[in-house]
Design a protein around this ligand. Structure first.
Ligand SMILES: [Zn+2]
Length: 81
């Protein structure tokens, strides 16, 4: 996460106004700091790239767990014993 190809991408981040994790568009980047804009309410946030990476990891992990539990229940249906 170190160049301008991040700009315009959507990342999940905690919005102080929405008080929830919402999609944010990356509007700009200066060194290790991203300027994000909440898709929901339009509030801007400045976030360190490290912090943003942690957020994505957290969400990807959660997504994996959800997908994993879906696969497990599909397995149960295929092997109902
Ligand atoms: Zn918001």
């Amino acid at each position: 996460m170190a160049n301008e190809q991040n700009i315009g991408k959507t990342k999940i981040y905690s919005c102080p106004i929405c008080q929830a994790d919402t999609p944010h568009v990356i509007k700009g980047q200066k060194r290790e700091t991203f300027a994000l804009l909440c898709n929901n309410c339009g509030t801007g946030s400045l976030v360190q790239s490290d912090e943003l990476c942690l957020y994505q990891l957290h969400w990807e992990e959660e997504l994996r767990q959800i997908l994993g539990s879906l696969e497990e229940s599909l397995d149960d249906e295929r092997h109902p014993d």
